[in-house]
Design a protein around this ligand. Structure first.
Ligand code: FAD
Length: 494
């Protein structure tokens, strides 16, 4: 047994955040720590969160997960991006893919060359230059050996937590069932010292990871870490989720269908489809929301509706005293662009990097909180973009979001792109230049100018350059197997 002062680590909550944390800490620390996870079956988990983004592949690899086993256990399908319907305007759609579009030059992104092409009469859409996008819409997928497709998963969240639990328990993590009734703190330092469960048991710890979901039992209720409210930029605050039977083979993308007071998701898994209506309670009442969701489903309804309330925002301090929040306990932007599980992963990796040797350092806490806040703000801005830049004016909701003031950071990004076609990725932000370009053009911005370097091409050179990329994309897509066949074969194993 180690004598590391942070040896006793208690994870509060067994949702996606809790089990991802427990599995990662168990794997990273081994016998150095005693990791215990407390969860309450009576309370349950939020039970949604089924669409992910590519870094999850890396996280699973870090845990040593066999991907085929994982795909089988979670009934996962592959995901190459999101189809945004009715966002630019009613009846119009665009695709935000995980890939890159075309080929960049070091001075200028591909969009500049594509715009030069347009000016010279090349009519082919920007989408034709992206392998992930064309593969997704053709419903094709494979793990390619060279220049592989950039992909993520659409998965059963409950099954993923169960899968991680098995993994964590193999690494020595101990699960404790029970509802936490109260929390003990050290009178002097304010540190959390123990959790008291309803059955009378007492769990002591040196470090606590709060994965208690929206309840934020330790970081919010016990330590009072302030909540930074972003609902004035992101007014959606409710969701209804339910599952339906599949009526068609699964596609490798999530659908985000805007309606007049929010949007609806459709996430195809192997065995069923996840659906949900996200809406702003200021513009749509619960009854109308339910009616709207039920009226826009395919297939037999398999579950009772899961009604959820949330507020977009973040806790200013994710780490306070000896408590670190991971997951919904620390904040939530909103589910558009599927960033929440990724932010869980980021918190876990950051925590693993900043584990204290002895006493917890105030510098570590400050660094951790700054890094997390910056990441949340970057994600927030990207999500706001989808609401702010739109041609929709057909409802109070869309009139409000299109007219609202936005953060200066985002305003600069939008206006720079509008004038020059340029986008810069700052401070290793999650969404890269190509994501911004796809969404900004998809939402209706066509830059007024582009980089002069694209003018260097002769007509013939430009034509060859553009058609070379298009042909290569089209050829590769043709060679890919149908996604449903690939998933079935892959998850069946060798
Ligand atoms: P929870 O799942 O709520 O888990 C909380 C845990 O704490 C539970 O085990 C509970 O039992 C335990 N607990 C709480 N109080 C106590 C107590 N007193 N005693 C004992 N145990 C307790 N993310 C994505 O990445 N992609 C998506 O597509 C996506 N869609 C979403 C859609 C909606 C509408 C919402 C609201 C969220 C979505 N998310 C999505 C976010 C995602 O669902 C969460 O990030 C993820 O599920 C993690 O949740 P959690 O583990 O923090 O909380």
């Amino acid at each position: 047994m180690s004598n590391w002062p942070c040896r006793r680590i208690v994870v509060v909550g067994g949702g996606t955040a809790g089990w991802m944390t427990a599995a990662a800490l168990g794997k990273t620390l081994g016998s150095l720590a005693d990791v215990r996870l407390v969860e309450s079956d009576a309370i349950g988990t939020v039970g949604v969160g089924e669409s992910t983004i590519p870094p999850l592949v890396t996280f699973n690899n870090l845990l040593g997960i066999n991907e085929a086993e994982f795909v089988r256990a979670t009934n996962a399908t592959f995901k190459l991006g999101i189809l945004f319907e009715n966002w630019k305007d009613v009846g119009q759609s665009y695709f935000h893919s995980f890939g890159t579009t075309g080929k960049d030059h070091w001075t200028a992104g591909f969009q500049h060359f594509w715009m030069e092409g347009r000016a010279r009469g090349h009519e082919q859409p920007y989408d034709d230059y992206c392998l992930e996008l064309k593969s997704a819409l053709a419903n094709r997928f494979a793990h390619l050996r060279d220049n592989g497709l950039s992909y993520a998963f659409q998965l059963d969240a409950t099954a993923y937590a169960r899968f991680l639990r098995t993994l964590a328990e193999k690494e020595g993590v101990v699960r404790q069932e029970g509802r936490i009734a109260s929390v003990e703190q050290d009178g002097e330092s304010g540190n959390v010292t123990a959790l008291l469960l309803e059955d009378g048991s007492r769990i002591e710890g040196d470090l606590f990871v709060d994965c208690s979901g929206f309840r934020a039992l330790l970081i919010g209720q016990t330590l009072g870490s302030a909540f930074e409210d972003w609902t004035h930029w992101l007014p959606c605050d409710r969701a209804i989720a339910l599952q339906t039977a599949a009526v068609r083979p699964p596609v490798p993308y999530t659908r985000a269908m805007a309606h007049d007071a929010g949007w609806q998701w459709r996430i195809p898994l192997q065995h069923r489809v996840g659906n949900g209506l996200v809406y702003s309670s200021r513009y749509l009442d619960d009854e109308a929301a339910m009616e709207r969701l039920l009226g826009n489903l395919e297939g037999e309804v398999l579950t009772e509706p899961n009604k959820l309330r949330f507020a977009a925002g973040t806790r200013r301090a994710q780490w306070s005293h000896n408590v670190v929040a991971v997951g919904l306990a620390g904040g939530f932007v909103e589910p558009l662009e599927s960033t929440s599980i990724h932010l869980i992963q980021r918190s876990i990796l950051r925590l693993c990097r900043m584990l204290p040797y002895g006493e917890i350092s105030a510098r570590d806490i400050a660094e951790y909180n700054d890094q997390h806040h910056q990441e949340m703000v970057q994600v927030r801005d990207f999500i706001i973009l989808h609401y702010k830049v739109t041609e929709r004016r057909d409802s109070d909701f869309w009139r409000h979001v299109s007219a609202m003031e936005i953060p200066d950071t985002l305003k600069q990004k939008i206006e720079l792109f509008r004038e020059t076609g340029r986008v810069f990725r700052r401070n290793e932000e999650l969404f890269q230049e190509n994501s911004w370009v796809q969404v900004m053009m998809g939402q209706g911005i066509m830059p007024k100018s582009h980089h002069p370097v694209a003018m260097k091409f002769t007509d013939e050179e430009l034509s060859r350059f553009l058609s070379g990329i298009r042909d290569s994309v089209a050829r590769t897509v043709q060679g890919l197997p149908p996604h449903p066949d690939y998933v079935a074969q892959y998850s069946a194993g060798p």
